[in-house]
Design a protein around this ligand. Sequence first.
Ligand code: ADP
Ligand code: MG
Length: 499
Amino acid sequence: MLVASASPAVGSPCLRRSPGRGRGRGGARFGMTAARSLSVSVVPILKKLQRECATPLPVLRHVADAMAADMRAGLAADGGSDLKMILSYVDSLPRGNEKGLFYALDLGGTNFRVLRVQLGGEEDRVVATEFDQVTIPQELMFGTSEKLFDFIASGLGKFSNKEGGKFHLPPGRKREIGFTFSFPVKQISIDSGILIKWTKGFAVSGTAGKDVVACLNEAMERRGLDMRVSALVNDTVATLAGARYWDNDVMVAVILGTGTNACYVERTDAIPKLDGHVSTSGRTIINTEWGAFSNGLPLTEFDREMDAASINPGEQIYEKTISGMYLGEIVRRALVKMAVEGALFGKSIPHKLLTPFLLRTPDLCAMQKDESDDLQKVGSVLYDVAGVESNLGARKVVVEVCDTITKRGGRLAGAGIVGILQKMEEDSKGLIFGKRTVVAMDGGLYEKYSQYRGYMHGAVTELLGTELSRNLVIEHSKDGSGIGAALLAAANSNYEHDF
Ligand code: ADP
Ligand code: MG
């Protein structure tokens, strides 16, 4: 078996298969013999993959039940489960009367966004917004903490300099920021938290174990930027807050982007580990950090190899199975095996295809959108991305592999959502299934990959049945997290709200 994480063979454009397996091809097209030998050797690999990735109802049910049980164990004690169930210190959700100018800063897995919003209170709501987005340079993901936070402070500084006439800050006040930080943080208060570890491919040195707000404050000081972080929130928490601003029935928020996570509104009396923390509302938002879930997931050799080669082996297994950073890589690994052992792309193994993370989830999405008879788009993605020339038979197999991995991911995400709802309903009968309940969704994967989204919704309905699903609304909260973070900054402002 080929370990596909190995770096590509140096000095040769192709890795040759062992002789005698399958039939080769000379040019871009397969002959009939080659097509036949392709199906003979590739199909068993495809069938095995589909078998191992299958998510029939009992598997979904197990995942939902295990998610609910892991949530409970994580609420009982720190370290009690794979799920950290982190207290967000967000005890009151936006009410709609928030007023003033606030900034939001969002460090995701791929992008870094800055936003300002002028809130006009009950009547006027969101008066004006402006935002800017920058892709995080690859080298910063592997650099030092100082460099990363300098980059963030610099982006924030440039953006705040361009504040136009629609935005008003009363004299003598600092600009306040809601800082959305989409990595696991042990929250100490609403405006401070210690980074537990980097995820989603980040390996920045010198941040783990430190307060990320202090890191940002130091970088802002280095640049003479006089702003204040008044709320540090996870992206799921910001999404929940943003969606709740418009709709009181929002109880859960889920992110499916580069990585994945979920949060929900919990009763404080259902949190044994709360330990003295008082919430006047009797409720608080719990950041589940569900990406670390691992119980009973249907995994394949490709998942195990990808995990072993990752910078965080053994961790974030659910995230590695369902989120955008990894779906393309799982597919690539399966295709490499099919190319090596089944001559999927003919006699020689395309050298480029051996590059880890070459195939990205948006590529899968583009290929699955192809409805042409000759799967021309699939052919061009394979060629453009991996330098692979393919015939129709091979393209069909590639689409099947994409669909298998996407279906498993989407359906397992759906099971996770049902797990959260189940846990909430168990504690307060009728709270979830007895009335309209909204799950706010965000993230590039959910937003852009319609097949994935369809599989996710399908699994939720399958698990809940049509009756219970009727009260459940799963909706996209577009850009909700930016506004949400600004709203939480407003709620925790140092200043009075009487402007
Ligand atoms: P982040 O997770 O960095 O906050 P996003 O929520 O925008 O950012 O998600 C970006 C991720 O969404 C990408 O890493 C990719 O996996 C996924 N994605 C983006 N575009 C598409 C697409 N067209 N099809 C499928 N997935 C996509
Ligand atoms: Mg994000």
